[in-house]
Design a protein around this ligand. Structure first.
Ligand code: C2E
Ligand code: MG
Ligand code: MG
Ligand code: MG
Length: 280
């Protein structure tokens, strides 16, 4: 900070800093409008039961259909949303849109489908989150069992006590919890055991190294053993090749998602895919 530089010194506000600050403000203003004007959309990426080769659910992934910039990905606006606190409004919007969509699919007869929804760390201390979820459950009449909330391993380890309380409240409602990007954070196994968690999602970086040979399995078998001992389901993220799929099947991994099956799709495309009933 400029103040820390001491008396008689001053920090220059460079054009780059000005530009960055300006961009941030612009995205923030734009995001406020986007939330109001319903420019934020949920895309859906299938999650596949690897033994059956069938779609069992979808992960809800937010997109921004920006009037000037077109379809924007979360990496380009979630950091600003997190910094400004707008992430909670966006999160609520995603939960509602995704649950409405799942409810539509279930009414069309696809009753076996689940929805996986990402929660940002800020939502874990959002006091209204549980009430909002209760309201959405009441409105959509969804079976709470078909909703899975994803929390990254690193965000789970922040505010341990309040996070645990929230997770217990969700668990009491029958909502299942997944740990996202598992293997990239710093949770200890003994900590992990004290959380009411149901699924581990193995981070894509571990799956990328699988090349069909037994030499580059890396930590994947270790994570699968941990999950087995702790009686947790496993979803492998980022499956892109047939070899990766074959190896994960041989290793006994339950579920997977990745571009090999499908990229995240808009609601209409996802509905078409479900109707086609694909088999891998
Ligand atoms: P994530 O939750 O780990 O989601 C998986 C990301 O990996 C998605 O990126 C997905 O498109 C991408 N992916 C899936 N399969 C493959 C593959 O085979 N290869 C490659 N290269 N990538 C694959 P996306 O949609 O850009 O989302 C990025 C991250 O943004 C998510 O990572 C999640 O952390 C966050 N995010 C997305 N939607 C939401 C949301 O509604 N709320 C919150 N809080 N975070 C969200
Ligand atoms: Mg996720
Ligand atoms: Mg992930
Ligand atoms: Mg991720």
């Amino acid at each position: 900070r400029a103040k820390d530089l001491g008396r008689g010194q001053y920090q220059v506000f460079t054009p780059t800093m000005y530009y960055a600050a300006h961009q941030l403000l612009k995205i923030e203003t734009d995001l406020h409008r986007a939330i109001k004007q319903k420019e934020l959309l949920v895309y859906y990426q299938p999650i596949v039961d690897l033994a059956q080769g069938k779609i069992v659910g979808f992960e809800a992934l937010v997109r921004w259909l920006h009037p000037q910039h077109g379809l924007m990905f979360p990496d380009s606006f979630l950091p600003v949303a997190e910094e400004t606190g707008l992430i909670c409004s966006i999160g609520s919007l995603v939960i509602e849109q995704a649950c409405d969509q799942l409810s539509q699919w279930q009414q069309q007869g696809f009753t076996h489908l689940n929805i996986y929804i990402n929660l940002a760390v800020q939502q874990l201390s959002q006091s209204s989150l549980v009430e909002e979820i209760d309201r959405i459950l009441a409105k959509t009449k969804l079976d709470s069992d078909s909703i899975k909330l994803e929390i990254t391993e690193s965000s789970m380890m922040q505010n341990l006590q309040s996070t645990k309380l929230l997770l217990r409240q969700l668990q009491e409602r029958g909502i299942k919890l997944s740990i996202d990007d598992f293997g990239t954070g710093y949770s200890s196994l003994s900590q992990l055991q004290t959380f009411p968690v149901n699924t581990l999602k193995i981070d894509r970086s571990f799956i990328q190294n699988l090349d069909g040979t037994p030499d580059n399995l890396g930590l994947v078998p270790v994570i699968l053993s941990i999950a087995h001992v702790m009686k947790l389901n496993v979803v492998a993220e980022g499956i892109e090749t047939k070899q990766q799929l074959t190896q994960l099947r041989e290793l006994g991994c339950h579920f997977g998602q990745g571009f090999l099956f499908a990229k995240p799709l808009n609601a209409e495309e996802a509905t078409k895919l479900i109707a086609q009933n694909p088999h891998w």
